[in-house]
Design a protein around this ligand. Sequence first.
Ligand code: IVH
Length: 707
Amino acid sequence: MMNKELLPIQERIEKLRAEIEEARYAYHVLDKNLMDEGVLDSLKNELFQLEQTYPQFITPDSPTQRVGGKALDKFVKVIHDYPMISLYDAFSEEDMLAWEERNRSFFKKPLSDDYYVELKLDGLAISLKFEAGLLVQGATRGDGQVGEDVTANVRTITSIPLRLRCPSEDALASIGFGASDIKDLYNFINHKVIEIRGEAIITKKNLADINRRYAQEGRPLLANARNAVAGSIRQLDPQVTAERKLDFYTYDLLFPGLTRGELVRWRHQADQLARLLGFKTIQQNKLCHGLSEVFVYYRQIEKIRESLSFEVDGIVVKYDDLKLWEALGVVGKAPRYMMAYKFSAEQTTTRLLDVQWQVGRTGVLTPTAILKPVKVGGVTISRATLHNFDEIKRLSVKIGDTVIIERAGDVIPKIVGVLPKLRSGDERPIVPPKYCPFCGSIIQKVAGEVAYRCPNPDCYAVALRRLRHWASQEAAGWNGFGPKIIEQLFKNGLIKDIADFYDLTVDQLKILPGLGNKSANNLITEIHRKKTLFLDRLIYGLGIRQVGQETAATIANFLAHRLANTSRKASPEEIFAVGRAITTEEWQTLSDIGPKVAEALFNWFHDDYNYDLLRRLGRQGVTAVWEKKLASQTLSGKTFVLTGRLNSLTRAQAEARIKQAGGQVSSQVSRQTDYLVVGADPGSKLVKAKNLGIKIINEAELLALLS
Ligand code: IVH
């Protein structure tokens, strides 16, 4: 019988657990930080101490019980109640259309084309069994029929609840469950088995952190996210799994004894339910009507893929109606009712024959891999980028090595790995050149930068690159000025820098090999016709270190506001004067401009050579213009923090809009915060902001500031 005096202790323990679970749920599922890490640690510690003193109150779902027990000798086999099948892959729109067509002719009746489309996460499939709400088993897929029991390891993943949350009737009603369904659901949660399937993943950042540490410790690196997850889950010691900080996203819910669609009718509804039960679901998942919407989604995800925090290798297109899953069934190794539509990242192997060093417009040396020609993703390639010398060191690649190359979408092929076991012993190390291959200057390694650089401002290769850059479509936009013509003009001493272009005459051009009177005329006309440039193109064309097209647009926007004249045009000299007055701190208030770019900009505007160049451009009649509708920079210098869910914008959209308007977004409230934007269910940031007396605004007020 329970000792009455212990009742308050037990209550305290239960309350602590509930509080810790709320914080876990908010952090992982709602993307909200309810409490400071220190506060959470203190609660966990109190709970731990109480449980040590009163072990009779320890329960398997207590947050203190995530990492525990001893390392295993081996994994126990688990027979899956429902086989963990695989997926068929599509690589093109045609493949997807053919899949839909096959299903139509198989089904014979009219078939819905509402698809729930999900990201295809690149990790390890895991099945979790909850009995009467309690996590009792975690298993790997294995061969699909028999997997391995990895319960102790999955318990360490904090985005997996140790006990299912019991959603309120209102919450369930709001996602479409009727009264009798709700009763059935409660019955499953409280008394029966629910199987949750999903993908265990590691974020790119965590993987990079681990590999950085391993490199320091001289341990072999984890090859990629998927291997890292598999290696972390298939660990006999759960402590190791815990250190890898894995994450888990659900993609399937099973109710043993029921058929698909019986209790949960829609795949999108299953996702909503999974969240209410305490799981993370993939935020980007989307209900699409018809394959044309799916194709738009696919292209969107392919574009943002690099910026996602985890690896994604495609999308999974699923019929939203779960009753159709039952009706369409499985064929061979995989279901008819869903399809993986993969991104075209393709890898293959070839030999690295040599490395060539190119000099860019800012003097940076970039290594290019010369490869034994090989077909990858339908294209034959013989060169690949190696980015910089650090990348060569990271890959430990040598000339003569068998290398793994990858071509993802339209991205330039790159070397992603080496197979060192295939070495013959004749491989040679790659060393950056001591002297510039073009002008012979001694190459410098800039302190704090990964780059090796030719320091000679008059370097043949650097100058040539700068000239080509100015003439390119993205800058001055001249037609007819190919690299050959520019090289001839340069070699003949007719142009040294970009201002010289404007002094060229037809007579000078027409005597160049291959150029007659007519083409010389055309080229000169082209130069004079395009003396008025959009400001962002002009900035980009100047070839300032670290400034690509996007950054140039941001800078142009900022400068135009500073120039603030109604005619919306300025001479290069005026631009220089305004740019020179901007401090590195001010540059850094712009979105995407960090300390390095800010420093590069500051230095550029403080170099007299550049002043002279712009003055000469101005004298030649080069003018910058900008459009009437500039992105407003009204939020310049203001720092925002967001808390809670917004209605009309996602968190990422809100952040992007604030940055576009010149503002900054920070994750924590501090005295430097200007505005706290509060959405639905705000977190602890609200309390902190109130305490600090920070201005609190709602979504409508944010939109007003942005407009
Ligand atoms: S649905 C029929 N949804 O992809 C089994 N799988 O290539 C598929 N995966 O083993 C389950 N993201 O581990 C599904 N959103 C997603 C997924 C996903 C990743 C993995 C899963 C599966 C593999 C098949």
